[in-house]
Write a protein that binds this ligand. Sequence first.
Ligand code: 0L1
Ligand code: MG
Length: 262
Amino acid sequence: MNLDQNTINKLAEHLENCELQAQDTLKITDEYPQMDWDDAYAIQEVIKQRKIARGCRIVGLKAGLTSRAKMQQMGVSMPVFGFLADYFAVPEGDAVKMSELIHPKIEPEIAFVTKSVLKGPGCHIGSVLAATDFVMPALEIIDSRFRDFKFDLKSVIADNCSSSRFVLGGRMRPVEDLDLRTLGVVMEKNGEIVALGAGAAVLGHPAAAIAMLANLLGERGEEIPAGTLILSGGITEAVMVKAGDNVSLRIQELGSVHVRFN
Ligand code: 0L1
Ligand code: MG
């Protein structure tokens, strides 16, 4: 690690305040070019602990930048991982308040819920499927705190991977009789199709994103407990939203989920 604990705490406080006050900021590697991957995850961890200290519950994990479309959109080359706090959850069909966000985008995802512990190293698609209770459609609303989306991967990780809101809906389906790679995905905004894809867009198989996350946590001696909700990453590019927009996602075999913006 290249940053001391005071700097990590200061950056975590700054980024979290930007999130809570819907204020943008410059990417933090501008001021701290020496920041390394461990520093970035350490800043994210302090943000998580600040939320817990204020009484928030951590309700899940997320993988981000797991599809080629998203990597190309953001000009980056590897997935990132973050956490989901309780107030990120928006009930299906409810409205997201634009006044609480900076410049949100929305993306279609497959959410996993585990039924047994996943612990890396050595996790693979098979171990993830065996540990999965069910999958369901999810819309993730990301809201990078970095001005004009000018960031690099380390700054994104520190910023909890742009996590902001998510919506779950549709059907909870066990994975035994599903091929997640070939499930068709259609996202509509105001009745127009804005994104199309299939599960395989996420690293060849959405469970591969969960395996990567388990292996990354395993390197730190951590595991994914049974009953964990995990967003496996955007299947298509993320789409900008504004007040008045209605977005719906349909995933073959898994049903649909909707959200509004006001
Ligand atoms: O969920 C994600 O794919 C994280 C995206 C992070 C970068 C961005 O804000 O687009
Ligand atoms: Mg995402």
